[in-house]
Write a protein that binds this ligand. Sequence first.
Ligand SMILES: Cc1ncc(COP(=O)(O)O)c(C=O)c1O
Length: 388
Amino acid sequence: MNAAPPRTPPLTSRLPKVGTTIFTVMSALATEHRAVNLGQGFPDFDCDPKLVEAVAGAMREGLNQYPPMAGVPALREAVSTKIEALYGHRYDPGSEVTITAGATQAILSAILAVVHPGDEVIVLDPCYDSYDPNIELAGAVAVHVPLTPGTFAPDFDRIAASLSPRTRAIIVNTPHNPSATVWTAADMERLAALLRPTDVVVISDEVYEHMVFDGAAHQSAARFPELAARSVVVSSFGKTYHVTGWKIGYAAAPAALTAEFRKVHQFNVFTVNTPMQHGLARYMAEASHHLELPAFYQRKRDLFRAGLAATRLVALPSRGSFFQCVDYSAVSDLREEDFCRWLTVEKGVAAIPLSVFYADGFDQRIARFCFAKKDETLALALDRLAQL
Ligand SMILES: Cc1ncc(COP(=O)(O)O)c(C=O)c1O
């Protein structure tokens, strides 16, 4: 008999730098201190009951078994129709649209499909927190290029200087989390021109595509034929239809890119839950459900900004997404993480420090709030912020 106690083998971490995310930390702190949670990016209101009914209907009809690997055809068709109507580019639902387990899985699958060990991927800081570990899992190197401090506009000279023969992909995100800026058509055209002599693939994270304000149009990579030919366009039904917990999204890309994407997708999740797909396909038949979103969120943004004007926080522009960044330097000279902890614990409003979105922790005395909240939640937070 072996007397040695059972033992879990020690591991060499694939992601040694990854710990608990700031979103988890701040949400836990918010709950503990009964703070209004404007930290993590999700709505505190429910989705349209019609969407729930559409999904429940699909379940009752027995649509509960594996769907095709790439997704339910009706949903791929609905995605293709929507993209064509909005951005003028037709993706073939059969060979160019894949339904994914949220944008997060789409981005990971795109990276694993495109990037080889030793390749470089350009990411623009500040950026969403999954990009870096995804690139690391692919054995590739993330090359961090800052957006212009102050405006968060893309700095094409720096991007150009970061291109190398090993650059395989660039991740672009508009509307942008966390800065709430949006890329202009001229930005997209500069990107297209810059990449023209290269074989660099664009992973275009467009999860906030339906939250662009003040009459501006979302500049999807799909609008620009040269970019569309080299892009995986990623979006999230979770963000668009107020169902972040459903973790469902899609990737649209030219057939050759999609073929490689699906090889990874197939052996990653294989496919995504059936009734949600049918429900979403039925719900999307009514285009007003996404067309009304800019006005819906612009009203919340305006409400929140009007309240902020009565505080000592300085609101930066918010042109898209459901985020609002503030410069708090008139209130405190704490570093961003310390400020956000203090704001949560002592003042009862949770926010996210911008520095966590930078590889080098760049600290600008800026915090990010999410305004995808009920009006009364925003009002309560504003009452507290007015005391600062
Ligand atoms: C920029 C960005 N990309 C991707 C995601 C993930 O989307 P999903 O919940 O569909 O995975 C988020 C969610 O916060 C995000 O902000």
